[in-house]
Design a protein around this ligand. Structure first.
Ligand SMILES: [Zn+2]
Length: 213
């Protein structure tokens, strides 16, 4: 049992409760006019986010890499609670890494993959670059990419609550746009989901090498 590294996995928003109700705000879902998603034409972001995190968790378990999911199975755990959980583990382990999993919506039919860190150059930028490179290596031309061209690395920068308030290196991944039909169709694919999950796992393994743990 490794005790000097732990991954904190944050699947964004809430999912579907036992009564069949989506627990999160209307902006975190989209009704497509064709195709079948989580419930008819409805794509539920929080359900997708958990599909990825569940795959990452299983792969990390296979590798014996300690990890904790900081959100409820279907409830929309408040952001402050997610951060508090992560920061508690930060105190127990020598090294921790926070990965927040999302999918995007634009309202204007945008497409593509993005990864975010907080502004400025920190260890999070190094993690984001590892993730970016793993996604490119695994998914290649299957998806499109939205890098931030303004500085020397591909990640975008924003003070999202969970990456701003967690004390460890933290990235937030926007896996394509769920309100674009073609991106949403990709996000429902078993193969694409597995590749996105594998990219997170390879990033964890590579980051452990950087840390020397
Ligand atoms: Zn989201």
């Amino acid at each position: 049992m490794m005790t000097d590294f732990c991954v904190l996995l944050d699947p964004g928003h809430g999912a579907v409760d036992p009564s069949g109700k989506y627990t999160t705000a209307p902006s975190k879902q989209f009704q497509h006019t064709r195709g079948t998603f989580h419930k008819g034409g409805w794509f539920f972001e929080g359900v997708f986010n958990r599909a990825i995190t569940t795959r990452v968790s299983a792969k990390l378990r296979n590798l014996g890499i300690p990890h904790v999911v900081v959100a409820h199975e279907y409830l929309d755990t408040p952001l402050a609670d997610r951060v508090e959980t992560a920061n508690w583990y930060f105190k127990q382990y020598k090294n921790t890494l926070y990965i927040s999993t999302h999918s995007n919506a634009s309202g204007v039919n945008a497409r593509g993959f993005e990864v975010y860190t907080t502004p400025g150059k920190t260890k999070s930028d190094d993690v984001a670059t590892l993730l970016w490179d793993n996604v490119k290596a695994l998914l290649g031309s299957k998806i499109t990419y939205r890098p931030d061209q303004s500085d020397s690395d591909p990640d975008r920068e924003a003070n999202f609550y969970v990456i701003k308030n967690t004390k460890m290196p933290a990235i937030l991944i926007e896996h394509l746009f769920f309100d674009n039909f073609d991106d949403a169709t990709l996000l429902m694919s078993d193969e694409i989901q597995d590749l996105f999950a594998e990219a997170q796992v390879r990033t964890c393994v590579e980051w452990m090498k950087v840390l020397g743990v």
